[in-house]
Design a protein around this ligand. Structure first.
Ligand code: MOS
Length: 738
């Protein structure tokens, strides 16, 4: 029953709920007697609040309470970037660490009343000078200390080589480039929202989250209660992209206010508030130097990174350790990660944290090297393909990057590329093609699933995991159906509730890889429980048959001379249902291989000769992510990830006002995201080679992979179209006209 998944292509089982509006996201939960909370945010970037005038807000119609650092809701412990996103807890002190920090909560009878009253709150600040300019902070950058198990400054040198600069100087060909990108925002379609409802001493928290279990732990610690007193419910999440792993200020304050007020409280962040109350992606500057032989063999790679970090703490973008660290073979490697600590909102994990920015620098530098060598960019990558994880001497479990390039080049028609930049003109458009590699590690976590046979003939497959639009509702149903030999229509999945079988949730692209094997384990355990019931219950037609003589076959139990469908058995013995929980986790064999998903992007762009406007014509992406469970939702993942990359390449970037530290474009009118008119035809192809050394399903996970390398592929195509190398994202027409 277990073993490699069979790829299917089915619609989302939650699709009807979503398109009819029946799917309940956090803010949609029908809870009686709601109080509506609205956050008050700081209007300076750094300082101490001397006093807050809340009198007008308190007198405002419908207001139930106004909380500030001076009339506070007590929270316990401290902050932590891994739990609450930053190093402090909201309203527990009068410090302002960045513009747009939560400094108050107004609760009223309606959302509008709360919002209006929040506008009446006045804060008197003792303002201190704030450092908000990333560029200005670079000379003062510091070493963040070890992370991801390795030092921030990491070097491997060949015998007899004394420094990376010596190796570069001795190389036949070298290229060096400095690559920059602004800070970015996750921009999930569903803004952060929660409803906190105390039922006796028990908190029920509806909150869009990637991890109900991490949220339980964070809430319990901050509220000073037991984890068993918190239930987190999050059946549908409208996008997370890493921003719904941490529990930001709003659920902490909503739950504390609800406890004090004795009625449930809902807090929904406005779109503008999501830009500062929840995390972002670091601004990044990188310098990459490559040294190679004339035949294209890399001999030296030097990759220096400066990432913005918040004085509040946060998860900074680690661009070199996630890309140049292992992507290609080289005798000499030097990585150096630094952080630029600023009085700005905290960065956090954002889809392919590290890889996204790192691939832009490395994969652009490789294109610059290919140009210098007059070598095809695909050929350059194939010549430097690594088969053993550099510096660790372990092979990859399953790596088919070369096949990604071969298949992608063919599907895309790469042989029609003219290697001479600016040589292809169609009317007013310059046309070019570019390519780049995608990479993301295979991650796997322990996970549990419950499978339960029900008297109505359905089987439930449930786990406390999350579906951020990623397809997990459907994956549970597909894998449950495969493990039990039943049609998908008879499997009911359930997820997004911390009281279901233990599961850390959805991040690191590891949800399917972690939860999938547990479905098979749970199905086996449930079958054993069903057989045990059948042979031990006196009312069962199989009573007394040796268990070893009974086998399960497509919803029926088969004994030597009889056969009974499980709903008939359950009804015969008057059972409400029988099931079991199964757990799967990576074993010690995991140390013997490196696990990475790969891909290759190919894209064609046109750049207007007169206006400089870049437009995408088409993209082909070939994915080596192991076995694919549901081709339809998997394709949707990759299409979404490529679009994420288009935003990075051509549109997105936070603008921080130097005088105030305010994010000047923190709204969807000014922070540009790809819309349908920006998105070309995207051809997605899965190699679908099961990785059975990784897990019994052979599936490695694909949620983040598809965005890695997109910006470089687009930039490389822009260079091929125009001869212009744009090393600063986003690639906008002003840079192409200049
Ligand atoms: Mo991902 S950035 O681990 O949600």
């Amino acid at each position: 029953m277990s073993g490699t998944a069979r790829t299917v292509s089915v619609n989302r089982v939650d699709g009807r709920l979503k398109v009819t509006g029946a799917a309940r996201y956090a803010a949609d939960q029908p809870v009686e007697r709601l109080g509506y909370g609205y956050l008050v945010l700081s209007t300076v970037a750094r300082g101490t609040i001397r006093a807050m005038d809340v009198a007008a807000a308190e007198r405002s119609p419908g207001v139930l309470a106004v909380y500030t650092p001076f009339q506070s809701l007590a929270l316990r412990g401290g902050g932590n970037p891994f739990s609450v996103g930053h190093s402090w807890l909201p309203l527990q002190d009068a410090e302002v660490r960045y513009h747009g920090q939560a400094i108050g909560l107004v609760v009223a009878e309606t959302f509008e009343q709360a919002r209006d009253a929040a506008a009446l709150v006045r804060a008197d600040y003792e303002v201190r000078p704030a450092a908000v300019s990333f560029t200005d902070g670079i000379p003062g950058a510091t070493d963040p200390g070890p992370f991801m198990g390795e030092p921030a400054r990491l070097e491997f040198l060949a015998d007899g080589v004394d420094s990376i600069d010596e190796a570069l100087a001795a190389s036949e060909v070298t290229v060096t480039g400095t690559y920059q990108q602004p800070g970015k925002h996750h921009s999930a379609m569903e803004p952060h929202a929660c409803v906190a409802d105390w039922q006796g001493g028990q908190l029920v928290l509806y909150s869009g989250t990637q991890s109900t279990s991490l949220t339980v732990g964070t809430m319990a610690a901050a509220l000073g209660i037991e984890a068993a007193q918190v239930r987190v419910v999050s059946p549908h999440v409208g996008g997370g992209f890493g921003n719904k792993i941490a529990t930001w200020a709003h659920p902490l304050l909503a739950a504390a206010a609800a406890r004090t007020l004795g009625r449930p409280v809902k807090v929904v962040l406005t779109r503008e508030q999501t830009f500062t109350v929840s995390g972002n992606r670091s601004a990044v500057r990188q310098t990459v130097s490559l040294g190679a032989r004339r035949d294209g063999t890399l001999v030296a790679v030097k990759h220096q990174v400066w990432s913005s970090q918040s004085a509040s703490g946060g998860i900074f973008e680690s661009s070199a350790h996630t890309t140049s660290r292992y992507l290609y073979k080289t005798e000499n490697l030097h990585l150096d990660q630094k952080i630029v600590t600023l009085d700005v909102p905290p960065p956090t994990w954002m889809r392919a944290p590290g890889q996204e920015s790192g691939s832009f620098a490395l994969e652009t530098a490789l294109d610059e090297l290919a140009t210098e060598l007059r070598l095809d960019p695909v050929e350059l990558r194939l010549r430097n393909n690594a088969t053993v994880y550099p510096g660790r001497n372990v092979p990859w479990s399953s790596k088919h990057l070369a096949e990604c390039y071969r298949v992608g080049a063919q599907r895309f028609g790469w042989d029609r590329r003219n290697p001479v930049p600016g040589a292809v003109v169609r009317g007013e458009w310059l046309v070019g093609m570019g390519t780049a590699t995608a990479n993301y590690p295979g991650e796997r976590f322990p996970a549990s699933v419950q499978v339960r046979f029900q008297p109505d003939g359905d089987v439930s497959v449930s786990s406390a995991t999350a579906d951020l639009g990623t397809g997990m509702w459907t994956v549970l149903a597909v894998l449950g159906a495969q493990a039990l030999g039943l049609p998908i229509s008879r499997v009911r999945s359930d997820l997004g509730d911390s009281t279901l079988a233990a599961n850390i949730g959805a991040f690191g692209s590891g949800a399917t890889a972690s939860t999938g094997p547990a479905v098979a384990a749970a199905a086996q355990a449930a079958i054993t429980a069903l057989i045990t019931l059948a042979v031990t219950d006196e009312r069962s037609p199989l009573h007394g048959v040796p268990a070893a003589d009974v086998r399960y076959d497509q919803g029926q139990l088969v004994a030597p001379d009889q056969r009974i469908a499980f709903p008939d058995l359950l009804r015969a013995v008057d059972s409400p249902g029988v099931g079991a929980t199964g757990t799967a986790a990576p074993g010690p064999e995991h140390g013997q291989h490196a696990f990475t998903s790969f891909g290759a992007h190919f894209c064609e762009v046109r750049v207007n000769r007169f206006t400089g406007e870049p437009r995408l014509s088409r993209i082909t992406t070939v994915i080596d992510g192991g076995a694919i469970i549901n081709a339809k939702t998997a394709r949707s993942q990759i299409v979404g990830a490529v679009i994420f990359g288009i935003g990075q390449a051509l549109l997105e970037g936070a603008v921080v006002e130097p005088e105030t530290g305010r994010i000047a474009n923190g709204n969807f009118a000014d922070y540009l995201l790809p819309v349908n008119a920006d998105v070309p035809a995207i051809d997605v192809h899965f190699l679908n080679h099961p990785d059975l050394l990784f897990n019994p399903l052979g599936a490695r996970g694909i949620g983040e992979l598809g965005t890695v390398g997109v910006a470089a592929a687009i930039g490389n195509a822009v260079h091929n179209a125009t001869g212009r190398r744009i090393r600063e994202l986003p690639i906008t027409l002003d840079k192409l006209l200049a």
